[in-house]
Design a protein around this ligand. Sequence first.
Ligand SMILES: [Zn+2]
Length: 311
Amino acid sequence: MSKDFNPVKVEMPEGIRCAICLTYDTDMAGGYAPPGGSCHGHTMPALQEYILRLCDTAESFGARLQFFQIGNGLEDKDVHYLREVLQRGHVVDSHTYSHIALITDDRKALDEELALTNQLLEQRLGWKSTVLRGPGGYHEGLRGYTGNQRIIMKNGFHWVSCEWNRTLLEQPLERAIEAPAHDVPYAYDSGLIELPLQGFTDRVWFETVKMADRELYDAWRAEWGHRAVPAGARAPWTAEDALESWIEYNLATADFTYDNGLLWVICWHPYSHYLHDPDNRMLPALLEHCAAKKEKAWVCTMRDAVGMIAA
Ligand SMILES: [Zn+2]
């Protein structure tokens, strides 16, 4: 395997102290599906509402959100919520058609999936995707997967966001907080640019780090997976402090990012927040925290973030 890693420079725009690239993968995560179910983009109405609520919150702070959408969900009869997301100034990019791993050996399938999702984005939303979010997250991104990189570029992507440092699970929390300084963007030899997911995703936090009862989780999935939960329901499998500590972790990472003038790429999911943060506390907490900073802590889209990268 080649090293396949070439440093790039991240340059903050004039007047910006740090950038927090806030991205949401909109999929109905397979991890919440009932047994035998899979990850898909057919977003349930309760989640569509939650997505629009996130947009409301962002707009009240003058921020725009970045979403990554699976192509198969674009085949739904009604994709009004995504049209609305775009009309309101937020951004939607590709997350493949069926949640296929970008490191798959089946490069023909990858090629077809990327092309089909591009076509659906065009047809259903009149939109062109330029940044690709890889489903799952891979420890070394696409390093050494030259053929896969070529296919991604052939389908019009100059940027990909798919690397995730899985050793974070074995290290002190400090290391995740400092991820924006360590797990930095870089260019593959092909010229494709990687923007790693930095620190803990919500899925990892609520389903691994704060997992308190695996049996309850499995039972919940069988009954409630991919269905709307009653108002006031609490995800029963996580530790009592899961949401409080999630907010604390993210605000600490925002502080680290600000203090060091960095770019932080966040990967969250509306579905995880719908379940674990039904009152929508995390997003306003982060936006308020950033707004209170002396210099500008810019909560931005992935499209904004890639504009800061000089290869
Ligand atoms: Zn996903």
